[in-house]
Ligand binder design. Sequence first.
Ligand code: ATP
Ligand code: MG
Ligand code: FE
Length: 339
Amino acid sequence: PLVLGIETSCDETGVGIVRGHTLLANTVASSVEEHARFGGVVPEVASRAHLEAMTPTVERALEQAGLRFSDIDAVAVTAGPGLAGALLVGVAAAKAYALGIGVPLYGVNHLAAHVAVDQLEHGPLPKPSIAMLVSGGHSSLLLVPDVATNVISLGSTVDDAAGEAFDKVARVLGLPFPGGPHIDRAAVEGSGTAVAFPRGKYDDGTLDFSFSGLKTAVARWVEAKERAGEAVPVADVAASFQEAVVDVLTRKALQACRRYDVKDLLIGGGVAANSRLRALAQERCDAAGVRLRVPRPGLCTDNGAMIAALGSELVASGVSPSSLEIPADSSFPITSVAM
Ligand code: ATP
Ligand code: MG
Ligand code: FE
């Protein structure tokens, strides 16, 4: 079946079309530039941008796939978590499309979709897999017996998300928002061992994360340099901060694999686009005999294909469609795959 997926949980209006595990179209309109001068996503601005971008983005996706509305067999949409007003635009549009075309609607979990999207690139996800979800709002380790029906949380951040830490440290270093890609790029010229920044919850025996202490340590270190009238070595700070984050992330991901005796690790979410995370994860997985799957960077950050991919998985698994009355749930828990 052909599934149209709609994503509006944050600042990307994403529309994807998939058939099974095959990606047919993926179009994204982003309002990120409208938010940049505020240093973060402004909810009202995002909602209005989704409203304006929705119809053209859906039309572009159909055009890209060479399809018409009547070819679509199901509509999937992010029901949460995310910004309430932004989610509402997508959910309302998806209901209208499902009703208009006369096909079932699937309200899906954005976080499970960050996991499911990998199937478009690497085929069926082994059951079970360990998934590490690292994004702007979340950082979690998951045991995934079946991405369509069963996602179990093993641990998550107790304070900031990994992406949030990247964005806040970027701001301290005077890099533009969103900071993750800028830190990634700046770090190439620096040394990951230049500054010994703290690694939160490194040896605490849990599968939880903590990044706010690290973020504060970087800010203090930079302030001290500035007070002393010395130049801030941006590349070295970026590289050392990044090394601290990816060291903890990959260490805990492999601990989860060992603890649950799982040999397949998937990393998803916007931070999975990070080049150093991808490299260190590969190195440590190779050493541990774990197979690593990471979607290409364009499928790690928010997009519509991931929503279509999860919708497609729900259809294939015979999960019941959602009611046309479903709400948008800004705090939809990671353990509920669909509404
Ligand atoms: P969530 O999925 O938790 O609702 P979100 O949808 O805002 O959050 P994503 O689009 O999945 O998040 O990820 C965005 C985050 O990923 C931002 O914090 C951004 O800085 C970070 N990010 C993107 N590319 C990179 C990179 N190359 N290195 C590090 N972080 C990155
Ligand atoms: Mg975004
Ligand atoms: Fe996301």
